[in-house]
Design a protein around this ligand. Structure first.
Ligand code: CO
Length: 449
C-alpha cells in the first residue's frame, strides 16, 4: 500500500449518467449496488445535485430529497457528494440568500457530506453564502473553479481564485474542466502551482470529450494531485469521466497506488452496464461513446455545437454553421471571456446565433444584457467597450454582489405554496418549488394529494 494513494471520487451516480444518459438513472437502478459502492473505499460518491434534482422531478416522477435519504441509508461510510452552483443552487438564476441557506442546510441534513461549490464566472462573491453555510453545517466544503482557455485565464488567475476559496474556508479545491479542454502538460503545471500555493487537497474533474482526460489525470497525478474524479466504465469516457477501473489499474504498484482492489469494481460495473442499456431503451437515448475533437479547436463543448446546428436548421440557415463557429469565440471575447458552462454557455451561444442570423448585436437577448451589466457577477475580463455600448444601451450596471438585490424569498414561497393547496409543505418541498416551480407543482399534484 502506498503512503500517498490517489483518492477517487466516483461519479457513476451523478455526472456519469448526466453526461452519457441524459441524467435518467432512477433510484431503483442504484439501490442494489449502494452497499457495494460504499465498500470500495472511494474518497466520496457523487450522487446528488447538478442536473439530477431537476431530472428526478421532471422525468422520473421521483422526489430528489427522498433519493438522497435512500442513498444515505445504504451508504454509511463513504461521504455522499453533491454539485452546487453557488448562488444559482441547482437552477439557472440567482436565488435569495435565505433560499441558498436553507437549501444547503437541508442538503446536509438529508445526507450530503461533501459539497462542491462553483460559480460559472469564477466570481467568488457568488459562493460566499453557500460556502459559509456549508462550513457551518460541518460538511466538507470543496471550492471549485471552472477551467477555461482565454488570454485572461492563466495559471496565475486560477491560483488566485483557489487562494480566495481557501481563505473562504474551502477544505479542498477542485479544478472543474467541464469541457475536457485541460491538456496534460498544462494540468501538470496547474496542479504544481496549486500545490505550492494552497495547503488543502486538490481534486481534478475532467471530461473525456476531447480524448485527453486520461493523459491529463496521469500528469496531474505526477504533479501531486490528491483526488481524481472517475466513473465506472459503463458510464465513463465520451463526454463523461475517465474509467475508474482503468485508473485503479494504471496506478497499481506505483507510489500513488489507490489501494482499491479492482476486483471489487467489476461486479458493480456489470450491474451498471445493464442499467445503461435499460435506461437507453426506456428513454430512447443514444449512449454511444464518441470523442469530439472539434472541441480542441473551437473550445466549445460538443453538446453546444449540436444545439447550434439544430437552432440554425430550424431557421433554415444550416449553411451559416461555419460562420457560427467563427462567431462564437468573437462573442466570447466581446463579453469578457466567460467560461462556457451553464448558464454562460447558453448565453454566449444564443448571442452568437443571433449575430449570425440578424447581424452583429442587432438583436440582443435579455440574458446577454444581464451578463453584460453584471447581474451574474463579474466577467473574467472587461467587455469590449464598443460592444458594451451596443448591448447595454444605458442599462444600469451592477457592481456589487448580485444577490444583494434579491429580497428574502422563503416566506413568500411558503405562502404561495399554501395558496396552491399545500399548506403543510415540508421545507424540502418548498425548496423544490423554489428551484423548479412548474415541475415541482406537477410532481406534487401526482404525489402529494
Ligand atoms: Co462534470
Amino acid at each position: 500500500m502506498s503512503n500517498n494513494p490517489v483518492k477517487i471520487m466516483e461519479t457513476v451516480l451523478r455526472d456519469g449518467h448526466q453526461s452519457l444518459a441524459a441524467t435518467r438513472m432512477r433510484t431503483s437502478d442504484m439501490i442494489e449496488m449502494l452497499e457495494k459502492l460504499d465498500d470500495v473505499g472511494y474518497f466520496s460518491l457523487e450522487a446528488w445535485g447538478g442536473a439530477t434534482f431537476d431530472s428526478t422531478l421532471r422525468f422520473l416522477n421521483e422526489d430528489p430529497w427522498e433519493r438522497l435519504r435512500t442513498i444515505r441509508k445504504h451508504v454509511t461510510k463513504t461521504p455522499i457528494q453533491m454539485l452546487l452552483r453557488g448562488q444559482n443552487i441547482l437552477g439557472y438564476n440567482h436565488y435569495a440568500d435565505d433560499v441558498v441557506t436553507e437549501f444547503v442546510k437541508r442538503a446536509v441534513d438529508n445526507g450530503v457530506g461533501v459539497v462542491r461549490i462553483f460559480d460559472a464566472l469564477n466570481d467568488v462573491r457568488n459562493l460566499e453564502v453557500s460556502m459559509r453555510v456549508a462550513k457551518e453545517t460541518g460538511a466538507h466544503v470543496q471550492g471549485a473553479f471552472v477551467y477555461t482557455i482565454s488570454p485572461f485565464h492563466t495559471i496565475d488567475t486560477f491560483v488566485k481564485v483557489a487562494k480566495d476559496l481557501v481563505s473562504m474556508g474551502a477544505d479542498s479545491i477542485c479544478i472543474k474542466d467541464m469541457a475536457g479542454l485541460l491538456a496534460p502538460y498544462v494540468a501538470y503545471d496547474l496542479v504544481k502551482a496549486l500545490k505550492a500555493a494552497v495547503n488543502v487537497p486538490i481534486d481534478i474533474h475532467s471530461h473525456y470529450t476531447s480524448g485527453m482526460a486520461g493523459m491529463t489525470y496521469l500528469k496531474a497525478i505526477e504533479a501531486g494531485v490528491d483526488i481524481i474524479d472517475c466513473a465506472l466504465s459503463p458510464f465513463a469516457m465520451g463526454s463523461s469521466q475517465p474509467a475508474t477501473e482503468a485508473l485503479v489499474a494504471a496506478l497499481e504498484n506505483t507510489d500513488r497506488d489507490t489501494g482499491i482492489a479492482k476486483e471489487k469494481l467489476f461486479p458493480i460495473a456489470d450491474h451498471f452496464r445493464t442499467v445503461k442499456k435499460n435506461v437507453a431503451e426506456t428513454f430512447k437515448l443514444n449512449t454511444a461513446i464518441d470523442i469530439d475533437t472539434k472541441v480542441l479547436s473551437f473550445q466549445i463543448p460538443g453538446g453546444m455545437l449540436s444545439n447550434f446546428l439544430n437552432q440554425l436548421k430550424e431557421q433554415g440557415m444550416a449553411d451559416k454553421y461555419p460562420e457560427m463557429l467563427e462567431e462564437m469565440p468573437k462573442v466570447r471575447a466581446d463579453l469578457g471571456y466567460p467560461p462556457l458552462v451553464t448558464p454562460t454557455s447558453q448565453i454566449t451561444g444564443s448571442m452568437a446565433a443571433f449575430n449570425v442570423m440578424f447581424g452583429r448585436y442587432k438583436v440582443v437577448p435579455r440574458e446577454v444584457k444581464d451578463l453584460a451589466r453584471g447581474k451574474y457577477g463579474r466577467t473574467p475580463a472587461p467587455l469590449n467597450p464598443e460592444v458594451a455600448d451596443l448591448i447595454l444601451q444605458g442599462e444600469p450596471l451592477i457592481t456589487h454582489r448580485p444577490a444583494d438585490d434579491i429580497e428574502p424569498q422563503m416566506e413568500k414561497l411558503t405562502k404561495e405554496l399554501a395558496e396552491k393547496g399545500y399548506p403543510n409543505a415540508s421545507v424540502e418541498d418548498i425548496l423544490s418549488y423554489a428551484l423548479f416551480p412548474d415541475v415541482a407543482l406537477k410532481f406534487f399534484e401526482a404525489n402529494r394529494k
